[in-house]
Design a protein around this ligand. Structure first.
Ligand code: NCD
Length: 358
């Protein structure tokens, strides 16, 4: 068992991601995370356990008695939601997940309302939150910040867990968990995720959800990944290199219609123009062929699924919304269940919930 308080920050930050994983696990050694920072932390066993726990929580919550039981699980814990980047679903689904488990919560949604505005460092802000709360759920535009904060806290008197709710252009591990949970549920009675073809389309270079989900899909057998984007926004080299290293079948293309014909799942994303280095940069790129509409819907197989992390702009036409293959609404709600599962597991309540009589 490796401990995050036994390694210096410089040495830890330089480790390859796979080697960081053991430092982030619960000290009880049950294979589940204490800090959730990267998609690469989750192996197939952990994914299956979290999905099973999410389904269990979803079921228990249906009855009043069950819902009240769940509310007792973490009634003695408090969570801080620290979101210094815009968010609707990720913020609200984490909040709802905390509420399902009976946690009380506090939030900062704008650094301008916290003492960071007075010049306080991120480190000092996080230590402040950890003085009052038992978990910090954070979203930040700064790549790697959640990781640094996790190290800081593990080396403080109050080592509370960090959940990364989106860091820079890099990682969005809890989104990848809910995307996997959505795929698991969509293919539950149809043979599962193994052997499927997943098509990613849109801004694959700057979309952190695509990066995190691509990593997680490599935990499954024979999943082909197809990346459809304009040349300027194609998936980055580290994602491609990871797939090549693992011997995963993948394709990089700009032909959405051809890809949809072979797809089991199509994962659409918006253009992430908030990262433009010059104003209007993205608007100059021709994205007209990277939208999913009635024509694409007619090419998708009867068991195919359409996903989107949301928010969407016009990359999925609203005429697709009522089609049973459109899973993006359900995907959004799945986020609440899998985040409740992750939070419960982080505090060591997996077994108790799985074995309870509800
Ligand atoms: C995504 C994000 O913030 O990365 N949204 C989300 O968390 N559901 C995707 C996006 O903003 O396009």
């Amino acid at each position: 068992m490796k401990r995050l308080d036994e390694i210096e920050w410089d040495a830890f930050s330089r480790l390859p991601i796979e080697d960081k994983k053991p430092y982030l696990e619960r000290k009880e050694g049950d294979g589940l995370p204490f800090h959730t920072l990267f998609a690469q932390q989750f192996d197939r066993g952990a994914l299956e356990r979290l999905c099973a726990l999410a389904s269990r929580i979803r079921f228990i919550n249906k009855s009043r008695e069950g819902a009240l039981y769940l509310k007792s699980i973490l009634a003695h814990k408090r969570a801080m939601l620290y979101f210094s980047q815009p968010s609707s679903r990720t913020f609200l689904s984490h909040l709802a997940a905390c509420q399902i488990l009976g946690m009380t919560t506090g939030s900062v949604r704008d650094a301008a309302t916290s003492s960071e505005f007075k010049g306080e460092s991120h480190e000092d802000s996080i230590r402040t939150f950890s003085s009052y709360f038992d978990m910090i759920i954070m979203r930040s535009p700064v790549q790697g910040l959640a990781e640094k904060m996790a190290w800081e806290l593990s080396n403080s008197f109050r080592p509370v867990p960090i959940l990364n709710a989106g860091s820079g252009k890099d990682q969005h591990p809890t989104q990848a968990l809910l995307d996997i949970y959505t795929l698991v549920r969509s293919f539950e009675e149809k043979g599962g995720i193994d052997g499927r073809t997943v098509v990613f389309c849109g801004d694959l270079m700057r979309g952190r959800t695509v990066r995190s989900l691509s990593w997680l899909l490599t935990d499954f057998r024979d999943v082909k990944q197809i990346f459809v984007a304009p040349r300027e926004l194609q998936v980055s080299a580290d994602v491609v290199m990871n797939l090549a290293k693992k011997g995963v079948d993948f394709e990089v293309t700009d032909d959405l219609r051809a890809a949809v014909r072979t797809a089991d799942a199509v994962y659409m994303t918006r253009i992430q123009d908030e990262w433009d280095s010059a104003k209007g940069e993205s608007a100059k790129i021709d994205t007209s062929r990277f939208k999913f509409g009635a024509e694409e819907l007619s090419l998708l197989g009867p068991d195919g699924v359409i996903m989107h992390p949301l928010p969407r702009r016009d990359e999925i036409a609203t005429c697709c919304d009522r089609d049973p293959r459109a899973k993006y609404w359900r995907q959004m709600r799945n986020g609440m269940w899998i985040r409740a599962a992750l939070i419960a597991a982080t505090f060591g309540y997996e077994k108790e919930i799985m074995d309870c009589g509800y």
